[in-house]
Design a protein around this ligand. Structure first.
Ligand SMILES: [Fe+2]
Length: 220
């Protein structure tokens, strides 16, 4: 199966000084549980950083990010300034098989921001890939999708894709921001001009297309 199956987590960018307040809301009002708290993810970066707290709801997670401005305004501060406190920066969708999903997505013209990463994000191990922004705007200010795959019950994470080479995701957004890369997730050029949704109620075939070569997009 190569389609997305559920929401894995929602990441909110919060305004300066608000991460504790929104954590209280998600924990005490909504019933979540704090599973990871990092008050400075880039302590050695003279330019900027962010706070990152993860709150687990078992069937999905909430991630709160708050910018830390130093010589530069943090990309997270820029996002919250643009969209307001507690605005959705990205939604991550789970997939049964990330490599198959990515092959399908690339075959439809989807532009990803760099290659797959493997990490532990506060909800457990995962493979993850980020899409470029939905619209042609400053990369720091544009929301985007994330696609993930979690290891299946007790299994080891396995992947054939070379891991964690090059920039991490914060650095990729910084690079796009610094170079004026406003390229988008998709330009619909591969959407057939006569496409219409199937009115029979059947889902589009989830079968994987021929695996496409994963390429590091320009600027990532
Ligand atoms: Fe995420």
């Amino acid at each position: 199966m190569s389609r997305v199956s559920r929401v894995d987590h929602i990441a909110y960018a919060v305004a300066e000084g608000m991460i504790e307040k929104w954590a209280w809301y998600h924990i005490e009002v909504e019933g979540g549980k704090l599973t990871k708290r990092v008050d400075d993810v880039r302590p050695d970066d003279p330019d900027s950083s962010m706070k990152l707290w993860c709150i687990d709801f078992e069937s999905f997670g909430v991630v709160l990010v708050e910018g830390i401005d130093r010589k530069k305004k943090s990309q997270v501060t820029a996002f919250a300034d643009c969209h307001g406190d507690h605005s959705v920066q990205h939604i991550a969708f789970d997939t049964e098989n990330l490599e198959q999903f990515v092959s399908r997505a690339i075959s439809k013209g989807v532009n990803l921001r760099g290659q797959q990463l493997v990490s532990n994000d506060g909800f457990g191990e995962l493979k993850q890939l980020f899409g470029k922004g939905y619209a042609k705007q400053n990369a720091a200010e544009m929301s985007f999708p994330e696609y993930v795959e979690r290891p299946k019950h007790g299994a080891q994470m396995s992947t054939s894709v070379p891991q964690n080479t090059g920039k991490n995701f914060y650095q990729r957004i910084e690079h796009a921001r610094n170079t004026g890369d406003t390229s988008t997730l998709i330009n619909f050029s591969l959407m057939p001009s006569d496409w219409a949704p199937d009115s029979s109620g059947k889902r589009a075939s989830p079968s994987a297309t021929q695996p496409a070569e994963q390429q590091e997009p320009a600027g990532a």
